[in-house]
Ligand binder design. Sequence first.
Ligand code: DAH
Length: 352
Amino acid sequence: MLERIEEIRGEASAAIAAAGSSAELEELRVRYLGRKAELTGVLRGIAELPPEERGEVGGAANRARKELEALLEQSAERLSASELEQQLVSDRIDVTLPGAPPRPVGHPHLIARTTRLIEDTMVGLGYHVAEGPEIEHDYYNFTALNHPPGHPARMLQDTFYVQSHPDVLLRTHTSPMQVRSMEAKPPPIFVVVPGKVYRRDSDATHSPMFHQVEGLAIGEGLTLADLQGTLLAMCRALFGAERELRLRPHFFPFTEPSVEVDVSCFQCGGSGELAGGERCNLCKGQGWIEILGAGMVDPNVLGFVEGHGYDAERVQGFAFGIGVERVAMLRHGVPDLRRFFDNDVRMLEQFG
Ligand code: DAH
């Protein structure tokens, strides 16, 4: 009996040492230490042995079992470490590989790209870019911009108000950021403000939500000529180096004087006629296309930020507001503004 135990011990420890995987090891554990294993049988049968043999055989069998258990445990550790290592190597994923099948990469919306183009041009002229709240106070949207109480833009049919807060509304233009920017920084200030604006308006050239870029320049000695030069640089970046500008007198509550700005038509070169002699359809034969509103900041507006270092006797400047959709429609020949917001990829993909 003792010899047999020794034989089992020898055979089992050699097999355990040679095992190449955790699964193989588990098989060996069942074979040598499981319920039906020979050694288990020996241990179970000790009680039936003659009393003088019990001690010796029991001791040997228990030692053999302990030794095999320890060997199994050591091998299990060794194998699971190397199996983990192997798995880590074979599971390695290269996250830089393209997906299968490769997915088309998206691109910024044409409105975002057009906004970026305007920003970049203005940054090139030394302007900062700022953004402001779309939910605005009546004070910034109207009052501080010199809109008198009965001004039509304040009416319900033009403006989205917040029902529970009569002095809160969706901003109708980016101009409120003129006042907010001046509150935040003393002069000189050169800032452009891109963003969404909201009006109760909806047709082929108007949408209840659209985008503007506001510009504001305040310093000492700024004149209408500086406004004209600045806008000329911007319009040439947007519509071509050959463009000319025309400033027409207009009215805005927050600028005085105010102008509407036309750019010479980039389809007919400003002549109003196409090569074949027909009337240019883009400018309707006018040679000019209306592109934005602007003006010299009204001293009344500066009066609202006097406490922030804006003394209307010392500093002055200009402001302008340009519609991003209108620029994009003109630049790319898009006939209907609503197409920008239908989210039809066949439309959007054309401007990648
Ligand atoms: N806020 C005006 C609008 O939405 C556009 C505008 C006109 C902005 C003249 C200006 C400006 O800064 O000087 O119709």
